[in-house]
Write a protein that binds this ligand. Structure first.
Ligand code: PRT
Ligand code: ZN
Length: 286
């Protein structure tokens, strides 16, 4: 029987779309799986299992799935026999402590002897211990933000993205317990054959994510500016330089990191760059 790598992803929810998109951009021909339990890629030896995100670490430990995509918060909270093998750069959020806006919060010691409502008791317990705070932990599975309002707890620890949920519930964020993003996790002892498929997939994920973080940049510049401009946008090895038909001018092509782009643009202009074009890259193999 042919060996498949079994990848568990969220059935529905905040990670579903991003997980599917990443696998599809990696060249896997998979159908969307609405209502399906699993599906096979038509052109790559993987099988996708659609599960609740909280169950994925356990299924991996039990070898029902080989690898999975979950929030780092879930990976740490479940604390199963899983290894984080790749950060995936989407579903970024943080796990934070929050208290009622009117509270006079002066630091973690303000939580001493209080009750904290959370869906992440393991992470919160570790955090409180590390900071020498004794507080009660009240585990609830959803709508954590309403706990202070109904008198269930004096503080909460929950996922925050924009902060608008806290705001609309009269709460303020006071400590960041951990940063999180979607991650790929794996179980122990993959067979050589599965490891080989996983390595191929990781190579493709890397190419997709590098491409997202970088842009192809083209510009015109006077020949005497080539050296200075190259030092600002060195690209992967070095830029491509081609002469323009206008004497003394060249077209320079390079790759620039998305985050650094706006910082560099003024410098490029001051060196004489003109007609700057910035183009998305689909895949990038370093
Ligand atoms: O049904 P299933 O169990 O599979 O899904 P779920 O309901 O447990 O999880 P889901 O889909 O809500 O979230 C999956 C993962 O997405 C989480 O484990 C996080 O890693 C990540 N993620 C990213 C978020 C958020 N952003 C987020 N904003 N998870 C939850 N939220 C919630 C948060 O709980 C709070 O209620 O959004 C609210 C806060 O958002 P802001 O923008 O108002 O701050
Ligand atoms: Zn869940």
């Amino acid at each position: 029987m042919k060996n498949y790598l079994r990848i568990a992803i969220q059935k529905s929810g905040r990670l579903q779309e991003g997980s599917m998109a990443l696998l599809k951009e990696s060249g896997l021909a998979i159908s969307n799986g609405r209502g399906q339990l699993k599906t096979q890629a038509r052109n790559f030896p993987v099988e996708i299992l659609f599960l609740r995100d909280d169950d994925i670490p356990q299924y991996i430990e039990d070898k029902v799935a080989d690898v999975g995509i979950v929030g780092e918060n879930v990976f740490v909270e479940k604390n199963k026999n899983n290894t984080l093998i790749k950060r995936l750069d989407f579903a970024k959020c943080r796990l934070s402590l929050a208290v009622p806006k009117s509270d006079n919060y002066t630091g973690l010691s303000s939580l001493q002897g209080k009750n904290i409502a959370t869906s992440y008791p393991v992470i919160v317990k570790k955090y409180l211990e590390a900071n020498n705070v004794q507080a009660g932990i009240h585990e609830i599975s959803g709508s954590v933000e309403i706990a202070p309002g109904i008198g269930l707890a004096e503080a909460i620890c929950d996922i925050v993205s924009t902060g608008s949920t806290l705001l609309s519930n009269g709460l303020k964020e006071v400590e960041t317990v951990m940063q999180s993003e979607a991650v790929m996790i794996a179980g122990p002892d993959l067979s050589d054959e599965k490891q080989e498929i996983l390595d191929q997939l990781l190579f493709r994920l890397e190419a997709v994510n590098s491409a997202k973080n970088n842009k192809y940049i083209l510009l015109n510049c006077p020949d005497e500016a080539i050296e200075k401009i190259t030092s600002v946008i060195p690209g992967m090895k070095s830029p491509t330089v081609m002469p323009l038909s206008r004497k003394g001018w060249s077209s320079l092509h390079s790759v620039v990191n998305e985050n650094a782009f706006w910082e560099k643009i003024d410098q490029l202009k001051s060196f004489g760059a003109e007609g700057i074009l910035v183009i998305p890259i689909e895949k990038m193999i370093l």
